[in-house]
Design a protein around this ligand. Structure first.
Ligand code: SAM
Length: 302
């Protein structure tokens, strides 16, 4: 058994060589080797013995060990089968950890926590946390899936690419503001915890990273008639960034003519010549609600 923290390069090399493990760039395998960063991640998750944490992509288990020391239970979902024997070894002294072979893009987290954590967890019960140093090739699909599926999550603390973290927290009118900012801010209250340079990983990634904390909202920040229309309106507004809001929306297949859209924007006091990236979450919500209301009214007449 390999003893010692899994952050020292020689410890990692020893275990990797022993198991003839090969790093797979295609799976975003950049393992954390900076103890301070591992501590910051587990601190940001604010864990106690009462918590259940799902870790996505445990790798060789460096972060998992930290999580296991603070949380009551950890369920770690790893896609790469060749890491399972390594995890069996590095986590042997941590009875509160359950390693599951699975794909974060497919696994039903609510079902997983009930199966391994107990029936007190999940939609009708206690909320749990997700902590992960995410594989960067699928960061946005994973995060959006976890939010859109409506899993019983309380908090997520995630290592992501620095640019992605900046987009998640961006305010209207800034260059990083876009559909991702609005989606993240609709579901959560995001906060960047710290920035992390490439040298904190083995092998180092080509980009800078950041730890972001996403606190899930108990209530949505705006009332929506249709969540689908809200996101379709946002997608339309950002679909053609150089166009005015009115032109971008008219091409967005919202089911309304350009004249109807111009009328709705006027009613909201939104200048149709503005660009989508200047609209706040509240303005998008008001616009989407009018779009939906207008469509419903028209259907009633038909
Ligand atoms: N947690 C470890 C650490 O911090 O050192 C490893 C993080 S590494 C950036 C990403 C991990 O996610 C790798 O172990 C990789 O095999 C795993 N992974 C990649 N795609 C995945 C997926 N779809 N579902 C679950 N795990 C995945």
């Amino acid at each position: 058994m390999v003893k010692g923290r899994l952050v020292a390069p020689e410890v990692i090399r020893a275990i990797v060589n022993k198991h003839k493990f090969r790093f797979r760039k295609s799976l975003g395998q950049n393992f954390l080797i900076n103890q301070k960063v591992l501590e910051k991640i587990s601190e940001a998750a604010g864990m106690t013995g009462e918590d259940l944490v799902v870790e996505i992509g445990p790798g060789i288990g460096a972060l998992t060990q930290y999580l296991a020391e603070k949380a009551g239970q950890v369920i770690a979902v790893e896609l790469d089968r060749s890491l399972l024997p390594i995890l069996a070894e590095t986590l042997a002294d941590y009875p509160g950890v359950q390693v599951v072979h699975g794909d974060a893009l497919k696994v039903d987290l609510d079902q997983l926590v009930r199966e391994y954590g107990g029936s007190q967890w999940g939609p009708e019960g206690l909320k749990y946390k997700v902590v992960a140093n995410l594989p960067y090739y699928i960061t946005t699909p994973i995060v959006m899936r976890l939010l859109e599926e409506g899993f019983a999550l309380q908090t997520m603390v995630l290592m992501v690419q620095k640019e992605v973290a900046r987009r998640m927290v961006a305010a209207p009118g800034t260059k990083d503001y876009g559909a991702l900012s609005l989606a993240i801010q609709y579901y959560t209250q995001p906060e960047i915890v710290t920035y992390v340079p490439p040298g904190s990983f083995m092998p180092p990634p080509a980009v800078d990273s950041a730890v972001i904390k996403l606190e899930l909202r108990c209530e949505p920040p705006v009332e929506l008639v249709s969540v689908e229309t809200f996101f379709r309106t946002i997608k339309g507004a950002f679909g053609q960034r150089r166009k005015t809001l009115l032109n971008a929306l008219s091409n967005a297949k919202l089911g309304l003519s350009k004249e109807e859209l111009a009328d709705l924007l006027n009613r909201l006091g939104i200048d149709p010549n503005r660009r989508g990236e200047t609209l706040s979450l509240q303005e998008f919500a008001a616009l989407a609600n009018l779009v939906e209301g207008h469509k419903l009214q028209r259907e009633e007449y038909l």
